[in-house]
Design a protein around this ligand. Sequence first.
Ligand code: NDP
Length: 444
Amino acid sequence: MSYVDEVLELVKKKNASEPEFIQAVTEVLNSLRPVVEANEELYKKNAILERITEPDRQLMFRVPWVDDKGQVQVNRGFRVQFNNAIGPYKGGLRLHPSVNLGIIKFLGFEQIFKNSLTSLPIGGGKGGSDFDPKGKSDREIMAFCQSFMTELSKYIGADVDVPAGDIGTGAREIGFMFGQYKRIKGTFEGVLTGKGLTYGGSLARTEATGYGLLYLTQELMKCHGESIEGKTVVVSGAGNVAIYATQKAQQMGAKVVTCSDSTGWIYDAEGIDVALLKEVKEVKRARLTEYAAARPSAEYHEGRGVWQIKCDIALPCATQNELLIEDAKQLVANGCKCVCEGANMPTTIDATEYLQQNGVWFVGGKAANAGGVATSALEMSQNSERLSWSFEEVDAKLQNIMVNIYHNIDDAAKRYGMEGNYVAGANIAGFEKVVNAMLAQGVC
Ligand code: NDP
């Protein structure tokens, strides 16, 4: 049995109740086979794969808070500090009822490679809670965030672990958590990213993941003699990533015709009106039915369905496992040329393989959505310098990082004879840097 298969068996046995984590490890290790085979003796002796698939530590804690009726509520908090070989742990905090340890572990594991790909000194981690921010008052959100941070503050710090936003955690939640950290520790430090601009946040962080996704997609298209201009784009999601991906795609001359949320989706033949989408989702925090009600060209449909719309480029920007094999078949049948993931692991393994086998240029989230964490790392740099860079400065660095990521993953795939396999390229390029650091640092 090969070393990769041995470790896959071990991971499946040790984490049997965590399907998303097993899915992520399987995808990564399978694509690393050529690198591992070329270095099998060294990696096996140093138990590199066993170490990289086992978090440094996983924290799970009670989060008690009082709701507006005076009732005590109890949620579960998580922080998985996965690997700090190349820098402090870095990764978002997800607040969503579906959150469990397996989901946080899969996200933390993926984060190691994504952070490495940015070329910035950040390790991999992830956290969150099964708390549902939907329908809660600002006071309830604050009560939850303060309680969550009261426990989390024991384990994080500007040089230790720097959490950020993710699904359900935006500027409001980061603000409440930062305030509580400061109060407990008595120190003003860059312990969280995604902060407000008046207290250490970075310009362009809000836009970074969506914009970065488009910068990478543009470079990919350019290298294939194509352009984004004039293309029809299908986007899923209606949150932070989806909104700014839509905005940048339209600035680049594409027409984005869909968006979706957890209850339904929109087809807007005239192109999504970003200002209206922002009003509905960022200001009113309402359902997409409100978008359709305000826009005559938009159709609202219950459930899921954006992938059935004919497009040149598809950008899944909502959540994990939202693009399934039947969706992949529909995209290919409709002539879609390119799929770049704004969300983390939105495409299932069989759907990914189908797209790749049918000639679709497919870039996974690890590379394609790395602009968010890269800009978070730029926020850390600004905090350390006690300086704030202009929007243009940050945006230019982001563009540069995304273009470099594309070329790094393209080169890595070519080096191992897998030209065009950007998933393998991303895993290999991210992995090589972390492994070199792990080997240099000895058994730890
Ligand atoms: P948001 O919470 O801002 O938006 C998420 C969107 O996806 C919402 O429209 C939400 O619908 C929808 N959604 C959430 N869960 C489901 C579900 N189970 N089924 C269908 N739709 C769902 O999150 P972000 O935009 O920040 O994150 C989106 C994805 O991108 C996640 O995978 C995240 O991990 C990833 N990501 C985010 C980064 C960032 O900087 N924000 C960086 C890198 C990756 P509704 O409006 O109904 O809640």
